[in-house]
Design a binder for this molecule. Sequence first.
Ligand SMILES: C[S@@+](CC[C@H](N)C(=O)[O-])C[C@H]1O[C@@H](n2cnc3c(N)ncnc32)[C@H](O)[C@@H]1O
Length: 283
Amino acid sequence: MLNTNEKYVFGRDKQESKRLDAQHDLLFKVTENTLIHPKIPKDTIVSVADIATGTGLGSIWLKDTSEMLDKVDGHRCYYHGFDISAAQFPEDSETIAFSVHDITQPFPEEHWNRYDLVHVRLLVAAIEESEYRSAVCNIHQILKPGGYLQWEEIDEDTYISKDNPVFWEVRRCFDASFKAEKKCFQASAKIFEECMGAGYQEVERLTYSSDWDSKLRLETEGRFVAIFETLYASLLLRSGEVNSELAARRRTEELIKQYKSLCEVGNSPPVKLMRVIAQKQII
Ligand SMILES: C[S@@+](CC[C@H](N)C(=O)[O-])C[C@H]1O[C@@H](n2cnc3c(N)ncnc32)[C@H](O)[C@@H]1O
């Protein structure tokens, strides 16, 4: 069922968990197989937090990152996943601690100055434009001096297209609905601006595109179809552009049909992942 009541647009069922896990696999490849940006030193990391972590196999980015980091020099790090809902937390995890927490609220004191790396991904459809400032400040509080924030979003940049009418329509729909819900489609630009204002140093906003590897084309097309089936359909209904779930599904099916025909003639836009990295000052 499409979710129209909650502030959070996506659902939290098994199907959504599977979608997020498949999306994670693609985004890893899009970022040239870097879970963590190369500029962030890995050998000194001993504690990692992932905020808005909740995915199917138990916090997929944090799980993959823990496996990667624990190989770096043989020692185990501390890993903590936070999410506003526990619905997608794994039933048992020996290696990762989990807490329910809203990123827009200050973290409990036990987490202050604790993390070498804080990761956040895909909150564009969840938080309001006015909440980015508190989110960025709350993360600052839990980072150790010299620790890094890495925040990643698929935002408006992905849907800017010169020649793809499906992307024009998706961009129009997302932009109008996010505005109506006081959310921010230009999420990565906003995060960059708030990090600059909050006193982080070495702030960078980077763009990764699936274009770098032609083998990612089919997987990218599949992920866009999944985004249309969830986010586009939901936003049509939430914004009142259509008045029933059936109508939202029909409009989405038409859009997907058009998207697939464009892909068949080679008009297959890349997915872009925007990554902001920022360092808490060393003092
Ligand atoms: C689109 S999912 C992304 C999950 C994961 N970060 C990934 O990249 O696969 C967004 C997640 O953010 C969580 N979320 C929404 N609003 C939040 C908030 N204010 N604070 C913390 N988590 C939030 C949702 O419960 C959901 O698990």
